[in-house]
Design a protein around this ligand. Structure first.
Ligand code: ADP
Length: 546
């Protein structure tokens, strides 16, 4: 027997309508290339989204066109998110930090009809436009006064385009499985792979992200997504914020300027922020150097790579900020797990508490996890055994865009193979030990590079640390610690080894320490171990014959 409830599709249009009607006056504040601080309301945003939807029609964009964006986090990008997706088209956010050849590849692979571009990236597109013949036009996200001279073909100015459009638009009734967004993984190996979100997955992600034991969002929050809108939809925050009516604060091109972030936090009442660990370091350092407070910030979602304990403690002890250590992937919209306290974890003290803070947390409702051994047998959740992490759920991709099942990441029964290695404890708390491709295999045992990095990052002289496996004749591989020192602090390898000696098993201790000026990062701000291994390809351990 079927229930007798209305069948209302889960669409971003529904979230947008709710935001516009119930939180019309809520503010969206942005730093942009053409304005130091732009301020308007949800009502303004969604009125302009309707003008933009009319503009897309006037440009001749197909009803299901892929429309590219190459832009920082700001109000125009927000308008694009809603106008493109809610008009039935696909918002394809492009990571401007990718190499030109990768951007060219994904624009062509996605078959983008139009590309909206921030002032800062016009030159990037000029360099590749000739190789993107399918793009019918470009729109520079600025006003007439700031419109650059450009060789881009069929180019428009965003504000001029909008000004010519009516602000009424009949949003189409969409099936909830209609594609809404497209985001390519950064493709550290091979070409980037496209993950095609739909309205249903984006709405379910937004509802779940807002839950108390996820990001705990409400209309009383000010949300500052530092994670870029081209990185998995800024982790869904532009949708989750509107769902609850939270104020949105966008850093625009200034996301790496800690003083701008601190100004936005204190000046605009930011209570929640989100980003990868590498963006948090400069913010913490800046606050320490200047003695500035980060009030009223209360939560910081940190994910994308393992958050070091030292960072979690610095936020907690110096600023009263709770780090929500989260794990996810582009393929998971992106949230899979969040480390939120339970009465039991909150009661822990000492080393047990520190260990617990390093966990990436429990699965969000709507996501299922399992870990398996090398023979694909499921492993128990005992907090000890470590295996390959597989997931399925409401906002997990079931295939890659236009790869026809050749993505190679799904098992026959549909589980998605994350490529991560972890343990899960009896209460469901997960702890990532490595990416499968970064695991260090020493004498048949695995050494966790993440745990070693974490311990090294706690040393006062260490600005950033990476651990990779290097070949060893007897042990197959041994760990090598690569460190960027904090400026003006003296440290020698033996200091670091003895520091680690108090924190990890003896046989895990790195065989050597190499100091470098900087570590390579991916387009999403994570350590690039692939690149680091390349740079150290000629490195030999001092005692490789031991
Ligand atoms: P890309 O690396 O291409 O940007 P994603 O952003 O989708 O792709 O990265 C997902 C991966 O990032 C995960 O599979 C995992 O290895 C890593 N990751 C994400 N969050 C965490 C975390 N909190 N701790 C450790 N690793 C993480």
């Amino acid at each position: 027997m079927q229930g007798l409830m209305m069948d209302m599709p889960l669409t971003l249009t529904m979230i947008m309508r709710h935001g516009e009607r119930s939180h019309a006056a809520r503010q969206i504040v942005s730093v942009t290339a053409d304005s130091p601080l732009h301020r308007y309301t949800y009502a303004d945003c969604f009125r302009r989204a309707r003008q933009l939807a009319n503009a897309l029609g006037a440009l001749g964009a197909s009803p299901d066109a892929r429309v590219g964006t190459l832009a920082w986090n700001d109000y125009r990008h927000m308008e694009l998110y809603y106008a493109i997706s809610c008009s039935g088209r696909v918002c394809h956010t492009i990571n401007p930090r990718l190499f030109d050849a990768q951007i060219e590849y994904i624009i062509n692979h996605a078959e983008d009809e139009f590309v909206f571009v921030d002032l800062a990236f016009v030159g990037k597109l000029e360099a590749i436009a000739a190789q993107c013949p399918g793009v019918r036009g470009y729109v520079v996200m600025t006003d007439a006064a700031h419109m650059p001279a450009t060789s881009l073909p069929n180019v428009h100015c965003y504000e001029t385009l909008l000004a010519g459009q009516r602000d009424d638009f009949e949003w189409p009734a969409l099936d909830e499985r209609t594609a809404s967004g497209l985001c390519y993984t950064s493709g550290t190996t091979g070409n980037p792979k496209g993950v095609l979100y739909n309205h249903r997955s984006a709405v379910m992600m937004a509802y779940t992200a807002a839950l108390p034991d996820a990001v705990n969002l409400s209309a009383n929050d000010g949300v500052l997504p530092i994670v870029p809108m081209f990185h998995v939809n800024a982790w869904g925050l532009p949708f989750a914020a509107v769902l609850v009516g939270a104020k949105l604060v966008f850093p625009g091109p200034r996301l790496s300027a800690p003083e701008v972030l601190a100004d936005l936090i204190t000046g605009e009442g930011v209570t929640v922020s989100a980003g990868v660990p590498t963006v948090c370091l400069p913010l913490l350092d800046y606050a320490a150097q200047t003695g500035r407070s980060l009030a009223p910030l209360s939560r910081f979602v940190i994910g994308g790579s393992a958050c070091p304990l030292s960072m979690i403690e610095a936020f907690r002890d110096r600023h009263g900020v709770k780090v929500l250590h989260a794990w996810g992937m582009t393929e998971m919209s992106p949230l899979g797990t969040v480390n939120a306290d339970t009465p039991e974890t909150a009661a822990l003290g000492g080393a047990a508490r520190s260990e617990q803070l390093l966990s990436q947390g429990r699965a969000l409702p709507g996501v299922e996890l399992k870990i398996t051994d090398e023979d694909n047998r499921e492993l128990p959740w005992d907090g000890q055994q470590v295996g390959a992490l597989k997931v399925r759920g409401l906002w997990v991709c079931r295939d890659y865009y236009r790869l026809d099942g050749q993505g190679g990441a799904h098992e026959a029964d549909g589980w998605f193979v994350t490529g991560d290695i972890c343990s899960i404890d009896p209460n469901g708390f997960m702890r990532i030990t490595d990416r499968a491709k970064d695991v260090i295999k020493s004498g048949g045992e695995w050494i966790s590079s993440i745990d070693l990095e974490n311990a090294a990052m706690g040393h006062p002289a260490v600005a950033e640390a990476a651990v990779i496996g290097v070949p060893h004749p007897k042990w197959q591989e041994r760990p090598l610690l690569v460190v960027v020192k904090k400026s003006g602090v003296a440290v020698v390898p033996a200091d670091l080894i003895s520091w680690l000696g108090e924190r990890v098993a003896k046989w895990w201790l790195p065989d050597d320490v190499v100091f470098v000026d900087e570590l390579p990062h991916t387009a999403t701000g994570k350590l690039s171990k692939l690149e680091l291994r390349k740079r150290l390809a000629d490195y030999r351990l001092p005692d490789a014959s031991a």
